[in-house]
Design a binder for this molecule. Structure first.
Ligand SMILES: *Cc1c(COP(=O)(O)O)cnc(C)c1O
Length: 428
């Protein structure tokens, strides 16, 4: 009986019907560390990164890992040691980069709502660039930097406004999005930025959306960005770098067929070269595509609950551990950690967690042959899972393990209930 194709292969794969992470048997990890348990493959992370590195080989390029996808310190260390910079969206994320030993000059700071405090913190740390998202933010950043007798390096995030009809998954690079500034306002706002005393204009950036599985939106965005670069430089404002953002998708299921980072960037570079910008410093901000398929979440089946309309498979992981289905109706493949030796007829279940919300489901209408006590692996759980996890229902966050070959590192201890309320105060 041939095992199904798994997202995350070959780093997560069956050997004699038992699921492994690299050379480590999943059931051995759960025996020692319990469930729910996040398990990451370091080799999968480095291999995803290598695809970008091959795509940019021979170029002046900087890959800034968008750490909101997974900001666990050991994950940041993996990317920092491999030479990555970081795309951060808060002062808290900056402190994580510092704690993980990342290169602060390779940090870029995105986000629509940076506070003055965060600006001072990032200026003090000497980050590489502020990706500014509005005219009002430019004015405040200039004022804050000038008050410290500094000039803040800035890039302005522009919305390439690529056609939503042909590319429905793009949601952040459109008119009407809270992110970035409109394409048609860009030149005027660049001229304003160049006139401010506390700023040094260094680049331009965009980020058109997430889980993009087609090449065309990127090709369109590159064209729109390069039109702007030409207009801005014609006005006498030199741009050292062009940052194309992140957004490349992964295969959560066999229906998703995103391009490889390497082939995507080879195609985009042909266009960038043809338009004469191939010698500029090029930056990207990938998040999901570096970590999404490098992690799984292993959970135990607590109860099977047959019903008239639906059968439920109740597991010990929930929306507080795996928020993507509840937030985005997202799909994660769910597979047994131990496959039966012979094919058994399955039953269709909704796989749900213990949290008191109807939205607390992890998978709908899944054909499974399971019993209480079995373990299931929720695949593609490396991105936007632990970093979005909460303590809802006073559930401590899961533990995290990083595997490399046969080596196992505990990178986060399971949170105790007491630690979830340690900052609270009883009334006198
Ligand atoms: C979230 C985000 C990214 C990363 O997006 P992915 O889809 O995870 O690659 C990059 N840049 C910015 C500005 C973001 O907000």
């Amino acid at each position: 009986m041939t095992p199904p194709i798994l997202p995350g292969q070959p780093y997560f794969a069956y050997r004699d019907n038992a699921l492994f992470a690299e050379d480590v048997r999943i059931s051995e990890l759960t025996r020692s560390h319990g469930t729910p348990l996040f398990i990451y493959s370091k080799t999968a992370m480095l291999s995803a990164l290598a695809s970008y590195q091959r795509g940019f080989a021979g170029r002046d390029a900087q890959i800034c890992y968008a750490m909101k996808a997974n900001s666990s310190l050991a994950v940041l260390q993996v990317f920092a040691r491999a030479g990555c910079g970081f795309d951060i969206v808060s002062g808290g994320e900056l402190e994580r980069v510092q704690a993980a030993g990342g290169d602060l000059k390779k940090v870029i700071f995105s986000g629509v709502g940076k506070t003055r405090l965060e600006m001072r913190q990032a200026l003090g740390a000497g980050i590489g660039c502020f990706n500014v998202e509005s005219e009002a933010e430019l004015d405040v950043l200039s004022e804050v930097a000038a008050s410290l007798k500094l000039r803040a390096p800035v890039s302005i995030r522009v919305n390439p406004n690529v056609d939503p009809k042909t590319h429905p998954y793009i949601s952040t690079g459109l008119k009407g999005s809270k992110f970035g500034i409109a394409h048609e306002d860009a030149l005027r706002i660049y001229q304003h930025a160049a006139s401010l005393p506390g700023l040094e204009v260094v680049g331009i950036d965009c980020h058109i959306g997430s889980q993009i599985t087609e090449t065309t939106p990127y090709l369109d965005a590159v064209d729109r960005m390069l039109d702007l670069v030409a207009a801005i430089e014609a006005a006498g404002i030199f741009l050292k770098h062009i940052d194309f953002g992140g957004g490349l998708g992964i295969n959560y299921s066999a229906d998703d067929m995103p391009p490889e980072a390497e082939s995507l960037w080879k195609q985009l570079l042909v266009k960038i070269d043809a338009r004469g910008y191939g010698n500029k410093k090029l930056m990207v901000e990938p998040g999901r595509s570096l970590v999404g398929n490098a992690g799984i979440c292993v959970t135990e089946v607590l109860y099977l609950k047959p019903g008239e309309q639906k059968n439920f498979c109740v597991i010990d992981a929930a929306m507080n551990d795996l928020p993507r289905p509840a937030m985005y109706q997202a799909f994660h493949a769910i597979v047994p950690t131990q496959r039966p030796a012979e094919e058994k007829a399955g039953i269709t279940y909704d796989v749900v967690g213990p949290v008191c919300e109807s939205g607390d489901w992890i998978g709908c209408d899944r054909l499974l042959s399971v019993a209480a006590g079995d373990q299931l692996a929720v695949m593609s759980a490396g991105a936007y899972c632990m970093s979005m996890a909460s303590n809802y229902n006073t559930r401590g966050r899961a533990a995290e393990i990083l595997v490399e070959g046969a080596e196992v590192h505990v990178i986060r201890l399971r949170e105790t209930s007491a630690s979830t309320f340690q900052n609270e105060k009883l009334l006198p």
